[in-house]
Design a binder for this molecule. Structure first.
Ligand code: AMP
Ligand code: MG
Length: 405
């Protein structure tokens, strides 16, 4: 049986970034940029005023004081028509272009306007004023032709703003991986059904879809397949149109665990089956490739917490890699155990736990948890506490590895 790390490496070796696509800027948040971006403008596009005030020639003032004739008013969006001569000033708003001849702007709070049509005269007292104050020079932040972003950058809100500033309404990005999710099991009914005798609700489908969204994928719920060849084959064939197909259930050793064989018959090449961990041992992974499309296929164990944990360990890194993110390191931290923990068995355990990052050193407490079917226990956790294989009691105060979820 392979280790968690070997399984992760096997998965990552199959996951290359998807081919870039051009998307509208508004749809690119969180995606990875697939092109270098050069600006098509200077920013600012002109020498501009940083305040509402008066543009003037610094030499016209005596230690920041003087009275000048106002010859024009320039709002943001306007272009000044008149050059300043000695003794003149232009009333100017924040962002508006500085008129030719002016070299300084005094803020309106340091000026008093006196009646004298058409624009008046302005009396200025600003003893701390220095030449050039309150002007941002053309291209001070970036110049036309300058490369402002490089391929590989994750697009956040700030990058969206910058891309808009430099005129990129369409952007080449690595698209979101499309991830199909298929729940298998004769016992399953959808969440809006009342289970009859022997039935349970499909919790994995909605949960995995949420995990896919969190990981930056686009989820496609295929519903529930029965543990029958036809039902499975038909749903799997549909799922193979996606970049990733996640199945839950049907990969253990039960009589109706048909998933590995159904996948095999549909041309999915098995890369591993069973991983040395708890919960999640029956995990299956393979891939199918033809000329147009490669699909990574995960068969996760049906128990909800097993599905959840195996998604975090194996599927999330695959989605990240397909979406063009650089190989993210495992979200491992070290933390101090708050309570004793008895570990038994020959498999490493990922136990739902409460991690407290607000204290130093950070602490972690395994939550009360009834095992891989106990979703309520999982909701009390924000991390998985890792305990290596072997029988041993871990004592409060010991440092252990913790996987953030
Ligand atoms: P399996 O892996 O198919 O043997 O399923 C293991 C356990 O997980 C069984 O108790 C199933 O009823 C349960 N299970 C399987 N699929 C789901 C699902 N989609 N939602 C909730 N429980 C499930
Ligand atoms: Mg089953």
């Amino acid at each position: 049986m392979i280790s968690v790390e070997q399984a992760r490496q096997t998965v990552l070796a199959q996951a290359a970034p998807l081919p870039p696509r051009e998307l509208p800027l508004a749809d690119t948040l969180g995606l990875v940029l697939a092109q270098n971006i050069a600006s098509d403008v200077d920013s600012p596009p002109h020498d501009k005023s940083l305040v509402d005030g008066f543009a003037l020639r610094f030499a016209d003032l005596d230690q920041g004081c003087g009275e000048l004739k106002i010859i024009e008013e320039v709002m943001a969006g306007d272009v000044p028509c008149r050059s300043l001569q000695t003794g003149q000033s232009t009333r100017i708003m924040t962002g508006a272009p500085i008129p030719p001849g002016a070299d300084t702007v005094v803020m309106v709070e340091r000026a008093t306007v006196v009646e004298d049509p058409p624009y008046g005269r302005v009396s200025i007292e600003d003893r701390a004023l220095v030449a050039g104050r309150n002007i941002m020079r053309r291209a001070a932040s970036l110049s036309r032709g300058q490369q402002v972003l490089t391929a590989g950058r994750r697009i956040r809100a700030a990058e969206i703003g910058l891309l808009a500033e430099v005129g990129r309404a369409q952007v080449q990005v690595v698209p979101r991986p499309r991830v199909a999710i298929l729940s298998t099991g004769n016992e399953l009914v959808p969440a809006d059904h009342t289970p009859a005798a022997g039935q349970i609700r499909n919790s994995n489908g909605p949960m995995l879809a949420a995990q896919v969204t969190e990981a930056g994928g686009e989820s496609l719920l295929l519903g529930i397949a029965r543990d029958e060849w036809d039902s499975l084959r038909q749903a799997i064939a549909e799922g193979l149109n996606a970049n990733v197909l996640i199945l839950s259930g049907g990969v253990s050793a039960g009589v109706l665990d048909l998933v590995p064989r159904a996948l095999n018959e549909l041309g999915v090449h098995q890369l591993f089956h069973k991983v040395n961990l708890k919960p999640g041992k029956p995990t299956w992974f393979g891939s199918r490739e033809d000329l147009e499309q490669k699909t990574l296929v995960f068969g996760l164990p049906g128990n909800p917490v097993s599905s959840f944990v195996c998604f975090e360990l194996f599927v999330r890194p695959a989605i990240k890699r397909l979406a063009g993110h650089s190989a993210a390191p495992a979200p491992l931290t070290q933390s101090q155990l708050l309570t004793d923990f008895r570990q038994r068995g020959d498999r490493p355990v990922y136990h739902p736990a409460e991690l407290d990052l607000s204290v130093s050193p950070t602490t972690v407490a395994p939550v009360v948890w009834q095992g891989s079917a106990d979703l309520l226990g999982l909701t009390r956790a924000n991390a998985l506490a890792y305990f290596p294989a072997g029988d041993r009691t871990y004592h409060a105060g010991e440092t252990i590895d913790v996987w953030q979820i």
